[in-house]
Design a protein around this ligand. Structure first.
Ligand code: GLA
Length: 392
């Protein structure tokens, strides 16, 4: 197999001097509450986006080449941002959006040649977008010599996604990609934006299964859920979801009406589940963690209505494997409407578990399941390759 550095050299006829890596993430619990000021518990994972960079360019332009696009190279001027509308070029709005968010702060992107490599499937709910954004943010900071904090970087990337991609996402993905800690989940409080790493139990592995249903967040459902929650908050006469109890939601059932009642019930119960899950994780209470993940999935399926049949089949298959055999919890992860499920399993049975999920999925959908084992990973980082010689 040709190395990424050799591929870069073959494309650009020069050697890269920087390697930037940004991981994907799964969320263990706390879904659809980051944009409501809730707490969430994501984990950065091994699949990642890698940028190789040579800080030289043709007339100060930023040249982009991605392995996903064969030999096509795109040249972007660091001052003249224009949104890309042709479907196969839309992914460029992520790097362009990040460049624009930095330009708003007076930080211009220097000309350079960039190769983009990814082991993160796009549209699988594993934050490939946030990984690409964060990697570009690090690139801009390195070349301009103007670095910022992980939080500020995440906020700039979030702004890029809001303005340039049209997804009104919360801050969870960008923060987990930026702040991941090996062997830890992160407890992120999205109200005060504080981050606390919580150790993951030894011997537990993460299994990710791609439902095969691509989600497209800009399609409207995500916006609608946010709007529903804003409307419910108004009816509940509160400024923050953190002040609302389940009792108050139940008391206001009639005023909320069926749909908003269900949305509100998801929000307040999910906020409570994150607190309970984080305690269970600290105290190694595996069966409690599994119960909470089940309840979270059911609430996303029935009350928030963001699951789909494929995700439900995978989660049910996870639980039928059995706690006694080493299963420790399953749920959909990320925004839903397709995407992936996350499963916690004991390391000794991980390969049996993957086989079991694959068999159940094949029975239901007559196609192969894309499922993999992964460890937690550290957050996005940059490394100099200056000692590296170009391959001849
Ligand atoms: C997407 C968004 C996040 C979050 C999740 C749902 O991944 O980018 O901000 O809202 O959906 O929890």
């Amino acid at each position: 197999m040709i190395s990424d550095v050799d591929q870069f050299c073959a494309q650009y006829d020069c050697a890269p001097s920087l390697r930037i890596e940004a991981p994907g993430r799964v969320n263990l619990i706390g879904e659809h509450i980051d944009y409501l000021g809730g707490c969430v518990m994501p984990v950065a994972i091994e699949p990642k986006v890698t940028l190789l960079v040579a800080p030289e360019s043709d007339g100060g332009k930023i040249e982009l080449w991605s392995t996903e696009q064969n030999d096509t190279k795109y040249k972007i001027s660091p001052r003249d941002f224009a949104p890309r509308t042709i479907p196969k070029e839309r992914w460029l709005n992520y790097p362009i959006g990040v460049m624009s968010a930095y330009a708003e702060q007076g930080v211009m992107t220097q000309g350079c040649r960039v190769g983009i490599f990814s082991t993160l499937p796009a549209g699988a709910g594993l934050s490939s977008s946030a990984a690409l954004e964060t990697a570009f943010a690090l690139l801009i900071e390195e070349l301009s010599g103007q670095s910022c904090s992980i939080l500020e970087r995440a906020l700039r990337c979030q702004r890029a996604e809001h303005k340039w991609v049209g997804v009104p996402c919360g801050i969870m993905d960008q923060l987990s990609v930026g702040a991941g800690v090996k062997n830890h989940a992160l407890r992120i409080d999205c109200e005060d934006q504080s981050i606390k790493p919580v150790p993951l139990p030894k011997g537990l592995n993460l299994v990710v299964a791609d439902s095969g249903v691509k989600h497209a967040l800009a399609d409207g459902e995500y916006h609608e859920r946010r709007r529903d929650c804003e409307a419910a908050l108004e009816i509940l006469h509160e400024k923050s979801w953190r002040n609302i109890s389940l009792e108050s939601v139940l008391k206001n059932q009639e005023a909320l009406g069926d749909r908003l009642f269900k949305r509100a019930r998801h929000v307040v119960t999910e906020m409570q589940r994150v607190n309970d899950f984080s305690d269970a994780l600290i105290n190694n209470q595996i069966s409690k963690m599994a119960r909470l993940m089940r309840a979270s999935h059911n609430s996303l399926r029935d009350d928030f209505e963001v699951s789909c049949y494929e995700l439900d089949v995978l989660v049910d298959a996870g639980f039928t494997f059995g706690a006694r055999k080493g299963h420790a919890g399953s749920r959909m992860t990320g925004a839903g409407f397709g995407g992936s499920t996350i499963h916690l399993v004991h390391e000794s049975i991980a390969s049996n578990f993957i086989e079991h999920l694959g068999a159940r999925y094949h029975e239901a959908f007559e196609r192969e399941l894309n499922c993999f084992l992964t460890q937690s990973s550290h957050g996005a980082h940059i490394r100099s390759l200056s000692t590296l010689k170009p391959a001849l």
